[in-house]
Design a protein around this ligand. Sequence first.
Ligand code: ATP
Length: 289
Amino acid sequence: MRVLEKAPAKINLSLDVLRKRQDGFHEVRMIMTTIDLADRVELVDISPNEIRIVSHNRFVPDDQRNLAYQAAKLLKDRFNIERGVSISITKTIPVAAGLAGGSSDAAATLRGLNKLWKLGLTLDDLAKLGAEIGSDVSFCVYGGTALATGRGEMIQQIDPPPHCWVVLAKPTIGVSTADVYRNLNLQTVQHPDVDGMVNALHNNHYEKICSLMGNVLEDVTLRMHPEVANIKEQMKRFGADAVLMSGSGPTVFGLVQYESRLPRVYNGLRGFCDQVFAVRMLGERNILD
Ligand code: ATP
């Protein structure tokens, strides 16, 4: 048997870090929303009792370091599954980009294996299991739009953003999330208004959403990699309504309300970055059910 799952990326419309916890994780409050940029995860039964990863992408590990492998291993161990599976991952989401690509592949693997192995688990069950793999996996199990708290694994669904386009530009630099958090000084940062953003989404107020976009990690990454600031500048210059870095970066995204403006932003950025995408928001509830 064969199961296909879409594994979409997320962006952070708002990302705040409250404090470092005793367990080493950071306490966050962030608003994540799904976008229509997705990897494809294909799960196929194989006869040897093993987990096989096929990805054809040199940046993606094909062993137990792969988050999709960890998702399959977790389900196999927890439910005593003695069956083999081949997990083919066709990557479209840039790797190590702040778009939760690996987490979404893991979430898609959880959803897909739940079907392939007829485990009968709910999305809530899968999200709880996902949190054992990584903080962003829980959100990726549901997709949609959510306020994520705790270390990012506590998910409360909220209203989606209004329909608009998202242009994404990923510079060819690698950003280590651990380095960004290490250089974050919580005494001096400007905290974004996360609750204001929840309200703006509730009121479907596009301009307010644009004006409240904020990410506490952005200044840290911008200091480490000034080229990210340059991309932000260019995206604004070419006409995006609002521009922000996603997660710990380095991907920068811009919102564009009118399709007529899209080619200018997209083509303008193509001159600066090799990985540029123009996609729709996909923030409605139950998009992956
Ligand atoms: P986040 O936004 O959750 O911080 P990210 O988008 O910055 O994540 P990923 O694309 O998930 O980062 O990749 C981070 C690292 O995880 C990569 O360097 C890669 O070695 C490893 N990795 C493990 N599994 C995967 C996967 N399925 N796809 C991509 N990278 C993976």
